[in-house]
Write a protein that binds this ligand. Structure first.
Ligand code: FES
Length: 70
């Protein structure tokens, strides 16, 4: 796994997103996880162009890297 910038406006990387998810207990959905990630990192509050990429990263982290359970 390598790190890369997902949100250029707010300089949020894949690892930043992963960090937020790792610190949280569990998420009921990708949308809720997104809200939490956005609150902490402020990703997707600029141009908004990274929105889908952030969601993709969250789903990837949730399904592949840790067994997040609702
Ligand atoms: S790239 Fe994320 S808000 Fe613009």
């Amino acid at each position: 796994m390598f790190d890369y910038t997902i949100c250029k406006c707010k300089q949020v990387s894949f690892f930043d997103v992963e960090d937020v998810l790792n610190k949280s207990e569990k998420f009921e959905s990708v949308e809720k996880a997104f809200k939490e990630v956005q609150e902490i990192t402020h990703c997707s509050t600029g141009c908004g162009g990274c929105h889908d990429k952030i969601l993709d990263a969250i789903s990837e982290i949730m399904t592949k890297h840790r067994p997040y359970k609702a």
